[in-house]
Design a protein around this ligand. Structure first.
Ligand SMILES: O=P(O)(O)OC[C@H]1O[C@H](O[C@H]2O[C@H](CO)[C@@H](O)[C@H](O)[C@H]2O)[C@H](O)[C@@H](O)[C@@H]1O
Length: 248
């Protein structure tokens, strides 16, 4: 494991800022629909968007519509569904579809497979499905077995371990690819990426940001490739506020 630098990156006017959502901008909640937007978060994001000339993006495993429900006024780009969706200026401009993926059928298959375990939450996703075992962590082996079976039956999807959950996401999607796509377009192109995230899915994106001369910030505990760490979303919020002062 790489030693983590004690200092945090400095945001400069040529930074491109990439922020994960669950566990990074908002605290982890018992269920996906129970997350609480911290007071001041929408305003903080809007101010960052202004200070960085629009170069602020959300990059999440959630789909774009879900993120928009939680942050309806977020003015920046959103890469949703682990990068399978990309939205700029309120429009989804790019979607990676699996021609033969029927999300309803996948959701039904997952729900049927765990019907004997009501503590497992089945999350329907437009590009896959997630099974959550947060309500009863002893059910993790059940979730892993079911998801491995569903992955075998759906070769266009890949398994993605998450926090107290397993997901199936489109093969070829990923937050590193989302970072690359955004960095190839205005207003992100030519800027230095800074990526903050808390989960396994963020590791490839933080590695990519650092390989491109930028920085990764791991939120919370756990092994990471990131050179920097903050303990929780509240600490990230404080650091972002300080960074905003420096950008004025
Ligand atoms: O990429 P992210 O923005 O971090 O999203 C990753 C997944 O987050 C959600 O699940 C996680 O957060 C839930 C709410 O705090 C929590 O209950 C769950 O245990 C976590 O795994 C979301 O439900 C997924 O769709 C996202 O892919």
């Amino acid at each position: 494991m790489q030693p983590l630098a004690l200092s945090l990156p400095v945001l400069t006017p040529d930074t491109a800022l990439f922020l994960d959502f669950d566990g990074c901008l908002v605290d982890i909640a018992p269920r996906p629909d129970a997350v609480v937007i911290p007071p001041g978060l929408p305003e903080r994001l809007a101010r960052l968007h202004d200070a960085l000339d629009g170069a602020v993006a959300l990059i999440s495993g959630r789909d774009v519509a879900d993120l928009r429900r939680h942050l309806p006024d977020f003015p920046g780009a959103i890469a949703g569904s682990h990068g399978a969706e990309l939205a700029l200026s309120g429009q989804v401009i790019e979607t990676t579809h699996q021609a033969d993926l029927d999300p309803d059928a996948l959701h039904r298959a997952a729900a049927d497979a765990v019907a004997d375990h009501p503590a497992i939450l089945v999350e329907r996703k437009p590009h896959g499905v997630a099974l959550h075992y947060r309500a009863d962590p002893s059910l993790r082996p059940v979730v892993e077995e079911v998801m491995a079976r569903l992955a075998d039956a759906n070769p266009d999807l890949v398994l993605q371990p998450a926090k107290m959950a397993m997901e199936l996401r489109p093969a070829g999607s990923g937050k590193d690819g989302a970072l690359d796509r955004l960095l190839a377009m205005a207003p992100f192109a030519g800027r230095v990426p800074v990526y903050a995230g808390d989960d396994l899915t963020d590791e490839v994106a933080m590695a990519r940001a650092q390989a491109l001369g930028g920085q990764g910030i791991k939120i919370g505990a756990g092994e990471t490739v990131a050179r920097h760490r903050l303990p929780d979303p509240a600490a990230l919020a404080r650091w972002l506020d300080d960074a905003l002062e420096g950008l004025r």
